[in-house]
Ligand binder design. Structure first.
Ligand SMILES: [Zn+2]
Length: 168
């Protein structure tokens, strides 16, 4: 699947809750996992492939443990604790990374690919990844959490990159 990139509109839209997990949902989940691995990402939200459904896939341990995709549908952050600042990037934000403030520990509630309710307690990279992907479902990008100055500089850089791509 094609990964949509900033400033494409679908990344700014709010995804809709998934009502039932049917064949179409399962296909989308499989395609999202494939897309995430081929792009060498640790997480992907449905908005990023142009589908406005509240689905995220992630795998933060693939480098050490090999691929083992996790799927979360209709995820919701129900508890947070502490604050942490760390470098982040995104498959939908080309050529950029920045330090982003996040909650240190979170509890996320959702349903798995079989429709069973799950609670996930996360810290470290997993907590960061889940917050990043759930943001996507709400039309929020990591660059929304950085300073206006940094974002303006990135927008300028992006414009230049897009101009160069157009003229080549
Ligand atoms: Zn992202």
């Amino acid at each position: 699947m094609r990964i949509f990139t900033y400033p494409e509109a679908v990344l700014r839209a709010k995804a809709e809750p998934v009502k039932n997990i049917d064949e179409e949902t399962r296909n989308l989940v499989d395609n999202m996992c494939e897309t995430m691995y081929s792009a060498m990402g640790i997480g992907l939200a449905a908005n990023q492939v142009g589908e406005l459904k509240r689905i995220i896939v992630y795998d933060v341990n693939q480098a050490e443990a090999g691929p083992n995709p996790e799927i979360l549908i209709n995820p919701e952050i129900v508890l947070t604790d502490g604050d942490v600042l760390q470098e982040e990037s995104c498959l939908s934000v080309i050529d950029y990374s920045a330090e982003v403030p996040r909650k240190e520990k979170i509890k996320v509630r959702g349903i798995d690919k079989d429709g069973n309710p799950v609670d996930i307690e996360a810290d470290g990279l997993l907590a960061r990844c889940l917050q990043h992907e759930i943001d996507h479902l709400n039309g929020v990008l990591f660059i929304d959490h950085i300073s206006t100055l940094k974002r303006t500089l990135y927008n300028k850089k992006l414009k230049k990159m897009m101009k160069r791509a157009d003229s080549s």
